[in-house]
Design a protein around this ligand. Structure first.
Ligand SMILES: [Fe+2]
Ligand SMILES: [Fe+2]
Length: 168
């Protein structure tokens, strides 16, 4: 069964979303490094690389079926941020938007009885639970530890240690 044009479009949109996510995290990583939060910088560099592998999974999924993927142009990401907390809030909001988009693909695949795509997208459904949890957990730390300089520095280190424990 060939993938439908509707699903192809949805996956091409997802390729663009993952590419933009990768760039957003790259901008966040640079802000962190420049402002003395090296550990958070490393975390966001890793996040950026992960989003690129997500993009590649969608690219190879389409090309593997003989469909040419659309390699997207990307939006210039915002590079001015208020604080480490505001970065994490933006990241959570972006991940929630990605989750919605992934769920739409799953829904469409199910509706069209395209079980290959439905099966393929399940990895992303699971991944998004982790992605949202990552930022919910770190945002919780601001409430628990506070927002004075020392607390933020500690949270920065916590973010750094979660970078080394994440995969793909
Ligand atoms: Fe992603
Ligand atoms: Fe993500």
């Amino acid at each position: 069964m060939k993938i439908s044009s509707g699903l192809t479009k949805a996956i091409n949109d997802q390729i663009a979303m993952e590419a933009n996510a990768s760039n957003n995290y790259l901008a966040m990583a640079c802000w962190c490094q420049i402002n003395g939060y090296e550990e958070s910088g490393n975390f966001f560099f890793t996040q950026s690389a992960e989003e690129r592998t997500h993009m590649m999974k969608f690219v190879t999924f389409l090309s593997g079926q003989g469909v040419k993927p659309v390699i997207p142009s990307t939006k210039q990401p915002s590079q001015s941020f208020k604080s480490l907390e505001s970065i994490c809030k933006t990241a959570l909001k972006n991940e929630q938007a990605v989750t919605k988009s992934i769920q739409k693909i799953a829904e469409l695949a199910l509706k069209q009885k395209d079980f290959a795509t439905r099966n393929f997208i399940q990895w992303f459904v699971d991944e998004q639970i982790e992605e949202e949890q990552k930022f919910e957990t770190i945002l919780q730390k601001f409430d628990l530890l506070g927002r004075d300089k020392l607390a933020i520095y500690e949270i920065n280190k916590l973010l750094g240690s979660s970078a080394s424990s994440t995969e793909e």
